[in-house]
Ligand binder design. Structure first.
Ligand SMILES: N[C@@H](CCC(=O)N[C@@H](CS)C(=O)NCC(=O)O)C(=O)O
Length: 79
């Protein structure tokens, strides 16, 4: 149910990140519903983030039906 409402989109993000903000603005401008997932960047990173972006281990990552899209500009193009 929640999945359908959010079109299967989850944004792994950190509130103060300008790269995350770039994605949040695009999602808001396009009116696309998504689930926001705040990530820990100062301490241990979540298994989900490490699995989703194993090379750079950075946010933002957009999960679409569980498949990760990394890099804010790539996410914007994807949207
Ligand atoms: N080129 C990346 C930059 C992403 C980036 O630098 N994210 C930072 C937060 S602003 C991050 O995840 N830092 C965690 C770390 O480096 O461990 C993009 O545009 O998405």
């Amino acid at each position: 149910m929640e999945e359908a409402k959010n079109k299967g989109l989850v944004l792994l993000d950190f509130w103060v990140s300008p790269f995350g903000q770039r994605c949040r603005i695009a999602l808001a401008e396009m009116g696309i519903p998504y689930e926001y997932s705040e990530q820990e960047l100062l301490g241990a990173k979540s298994d989900l983030l490490l699995r989703s972006n194993p090379v750079h281990k950075k946010i933002p990552v957009l999960l679409h039906d569980g498949r990760p899209v990394c890099e804010s500009l790539v996410i914007l193009n994807y949207l």
